[in-house]
Every structure is written in structure tokens, then in C-alpha cells.
Design a protein around this ligand. Structure first.
Ligand code: CP
Ligand code: NVA
Length: 308
């Protein structure tokens, strides 16, 4: 069963194949209208369930559109409106959905929910974000970097701010795609040791630098994310803002990176908090390419899961 649960649990050659396939499929659309079908319809006759236990704009729209472009159909389900949100177990939900649909994409809280869904589903399961990781996002980010600057292997990425779920997937990607990563943020918000260890075990240099200006010196790519994630308690908001303020991405900070460094943010962004509008809308920013590439990368992931 080809579940797409995390970057570190998916073979690196397979991941590379998905990025290459995504680029070919993007090229093949050749600027046609968004709603127009692809020339090939590999998902014809397939039904995909998109389950959301947290809000979403990009993941929801890009998966829905991608399935339709490939000839399939979707059901978008909100966790709170399902029996799942009212006491039915994940295992039973997985077994029931598997009788109706050909693939399940789920955005949830605990990693354990995703794992249980995959264990009991008899159809492929895709991780659409958990508290611990966001692999679909980083597939789009790797694709985006390479479209603009060529191979990401051997480059140095700086992650600034909270060592959160998106940061964890970047660390997994460092191990799988062969780039180095510097984390710059306060010690209270360091990344989880497991993804750091994964990348280091694969021979990558993963460093921690508390001084943001020193960290971005000579970086090829600077990445940040919201200071308060969907799973973080709102009561921690002020404390997090105080801790993270020195790590805001500004034009002055970007000027310390290499002249052709790119800026990424998975979005949604809080302009004026983790990043200034000047950087978001500046010449180094590729944030909307990242958002678009969610569509193309996930189409390749869907095809890999279904082997079509
Ligand atoms: N980046 C991302 O996953 O965005 P959404 O929360 O809008 O899906
Ligand atoms: N770290 C953010 C990413 C949103 C796409 C969150 O989990 O809320």
C-alpha cells in the first residue's frame, strides 16, 4: 500500500520521481484554464475523500482541483461534522471510508491519528498536515526551489522562527534531497530532535544558530512560518511573539543571504509578524509559486499512491 505519510518514511528515489513527474505534468498543462482536464485522465472513476480536522485554504483547494484535473472526483469532509468528531474511532472510520473511496487525504492534530488511519484503511492515505509534519508542502517547496535555481542538493536552507511541523518536514527533506539546514530561533522552540537526527544520519549538516543575522549569512533559501500554529494554544501567543520577534524576516536580513537567495513561506502568513510585507512581495519571494506547486506536486503524489 503506497501511503504518503511522511518524507522520511518514503523512499528518496520515489520522492525524486514524484518531483520530476510533477514538473512534467505542470509543463503538459501548458497554461490551459484551471478547470480544463489534463490530456491523460489517470484518476477517471476514482473517488478521493479529503478529511479536514483543521482549517485549510491551499491544501483543500489544490487537492480538490488536482483530482478533478486528472478525471477523479472528491468529497470534502469536515472532521467535526463526521461521526469521527463525535466518538467513532479512527480505525472504524478508516475501515468504513475504505469501502466508499479509493484514497483518503487527512489533515488532523496528533500524528497517531494519521498512523491509525493508515493502519486500518485498505486504501492509500495521504498526510495533509499533522501537528508533527507537513510533507506535501515541502514536496511543493523542493519543486519550487528547483524550478527557480536548479538542484537543491548541496544548498543551504535557513529555517527561521518556530521549529514546528513544517520545519520537521524540511529537515526530513534535507536528509532525502541532500541539502543542509540551519535552524535559527529561540531554544524554547527548537525543532524536534528526531527529524534533526534523521537528516544528520543521512550525512547532512544541521546546525543551530541563535543569531538570525549570522544564520542567514550566505544562505541559498530562507524559510519561515507562522509563530502560532493551528495546534498551539492561543494563550501562548504573547509569549511566542516575545520569543520570536528577533527572528522576523526583513529586507535587511535577506540582504545577508546569497544575492540569488529565495524566500519561502508555506502560508498563511501574518504580515508584519514573522515576515515583513516588503519581503513577502519582494523580488526574492516565491510564495505564490509554492502555493501553485502544491497542486502539481500533489497530483504526482496522488498518482504515486494509486500507481496510475
Ligand atoms: N500551506 C498550507 O497548507 O495552507 P492551508 O492551511 O491553507 O492548507
Ligand atoms: N505551522 C502551520 C502551518 C500551516 C499550513 C500550522 O500548523 O498551523
Amino acid at each position: 500500500m503506497n501511503h504518503f505519510l511522511d518524507l522520511h518514511t518514503t523512499d528518496a528515489t520515489e520522492l525524486r520521481g514524484m518531483i520530476d513527474a510533477a514538473r512534467s505534468m505542470k509543463d503538459a498543462r501548458n497554461g490551459r484554464p484551471r478547470g480544463a482536464p489534463d490530456d491523460t485522465q489517470p484518476l477517471a472513476g476514482r473517488m478521493v475523500a479529503l478529511v479536514f480536522e483543521k482549517p485549510s485554504t491551499r491544501t483543500r483547494v489544490s487537492f480538490d482541483l488536482g483530482v478533478r484535473q486528472m478525471g477523479g472526483e472528491t468529497m470534502v469532509l469536515s472532521g467535526s461534522e463526521m461521526q469521527l468528531g463525535h466518538g467513532e474511532t479512527i480505525a472504524d472510520t478508516a475501515r468504513v471510508l475504505s469501502r466508499y473511496v479509493d484514497l483518503i487525504m487527512i489533515r488532523t492534530f496528533e500524528e497517531a491519528v494519521l498512523q491509525e488511519m493508515a493502519e486500518y484503511a485498505s486504501v492509500p492515505v495521504i498526510n495533509g498536515l499533522t501537528n508533527s509534519s507537513h510533507p506535501c508542502q515541502i514536496m511543493a517547496d523542493v519543486m519550487t526551489y528547483e524550478e527557480h535555481r536548479g538542484p537543491i542538493a548541496g544548498r543551504r536552507v535557513v529555517w527561521a522562527g518556530d521549529g514546528n511541523n513544517v520545519c520537521a518536514s524540511f529537515l526530513h527533506a534535507a536528509g532525502q534531497f541532500g541539502f543542509d539546514l540551519t535552524f535559527t530561533g529561540p531554544p524554547q522552540l527548537d525543532p524536534d530532535p528526531a527529524p534533526v537526527g534523521f537528516a544528520r544520519d543521512r550525512g547532512r549538516s544541521i546546525t543551530i544558530e541563535r543569531d538570525a543575522a549570522r544564520a542567514v549569512e550566505g544562505a541559498d533559501l530562507v524559510v519561515t512560518d507562522t509563530w502560532v500554529s493551528m495546534h498551539d494554544s492561543q494563550s501562548a501567543r504573547e509569549r511566542r511573539h516575545n520569543l520570536l520577534r528577533p527572528y522576523q524576516i526583513t529586507t535587511e536580513l535577506m540582504a545577508r543571504a546569497t544575492p540569488d537567495a529565495l524566500f519561502m513561506h508555506c502560508l498563511p502568513a501574518h504580515r508584519g509578524e514573522e515576515v515583513t510585507s516588503e519581503v513577502m512581495d519582494g523580488p526574492q519571494s516565491v510564495i505564490f509559486d509554492e502555493a501553485e506547486n502544491r497542486l502539481h506536486a500533489q497530483k504526482a503524489i496522488l498518482r504515486w499512491c494509486l500507481q496510475v
